[in-house]
Design a protein around this ligand. Structure first.
Ligand SMILES: [Zn+2]
Length: 233
């Protein structure tokens, strides 16, 4: 006859202690720190931001922007309306899209190769900082304007929510590095300037030259790291 060992008595107190310990450990552990939203890298193709007044000159009295498709950042959109830009040597860039909503200041953002095509020397600036920048002629279906300034190459930048900024340890104006992994043409972009706003979603904006240089659509990975630091995001 086989003797079946009786199971050891269940020590309920011990189990309760272990469960309590595990729970306490979990609760005490700091919440997983990470960006609130996944890192998105998008290319800003040449575009114009426009004042309501300029919009009416170019598209007629009472004209408003018609949204064509929403952009990643909340409330921003590509408009149906486009303009033609004319440079000093009568060179033209046609069908430059307007991004909405309208702004208090008109501004045109070009890639370096766009500026060469237009024949003007365009500085790299953060959006909105247009003092001392060149202008151009902007043509719409109903009229034209002569911008005396406002044409820039947009400084590569990253939009961060407050939580994202906390995660990366940066404030508006700080620089991050963007690492683009690619089997044949990986690149690290320095000088990716942080722009922090509670409404922002984590998104890097490169211009089309930068996006083409690293074949962004073929990238196998993108990481944001603090400038000069190894911390990955
Ligand atoms: Zn942007």
């Amino acid at each position: 006859m086989t003797r079946i060992a009786s199971p050891p008595a269940v020590d309920h107190d011990r189990i309760a202690r272990i469960v309590a310990e595990v729970l306490r450990e979990r609760l005490d552990r700091p919440a997983q720190r990470g960006p609130r939203s996944p890192l998105v890298v998008n290319i800003s193709v040449r575009h114009m931001h426009i004042t309501p007044q300029h919009l009416e000159i170019l598209f007629g009295a009472g004209a408003t922007l018609t949204p064509l498709r929403p952009l990643y950042q909340e409330g921003q959109f590509a408009a149906e309306q486009t303009v033609d830009l004319v440079g000093p040597k009568r060179r033209m860039l046609q069908n430059v899209r307007i991004l909405g909503p309208t702004r208090p200041q008109s501004q045109i953002e070009l890639a370096f190769s766009d500026a060469i095509l237009l024949g003007i020397d365009v500085p790299v600036r953060m959006s909105g900082n247009v003092d001392g920048t060149p202008g151009c002629i902007v043509m719409g279906p109903k009229g034209h304007i002569v911008l005396d300034r406002g044409v820039i190459r947009a400084q590569r930048h990253v939009h961060l929510s407050t939580a994202d900024a906390e995660y990366f340890g940066v404030r508006t104006g700080d620089a991050l590095d963007l690492v683009v992994e690619h089997p044949t043409c990986g690149v690290t972009f320095g000088g990716v300037i942080a722009r922090v706003d509670p409404r922002f979603k984590l998104e890097v904006h490169l211009d089309s030259d930068e996006g083409n240089a690293c074949d962004l659509p073929g990238a196998t990975g993108v990481r944001l790291v603090r400038a000069g630091g190894p911390r990955a995001g």
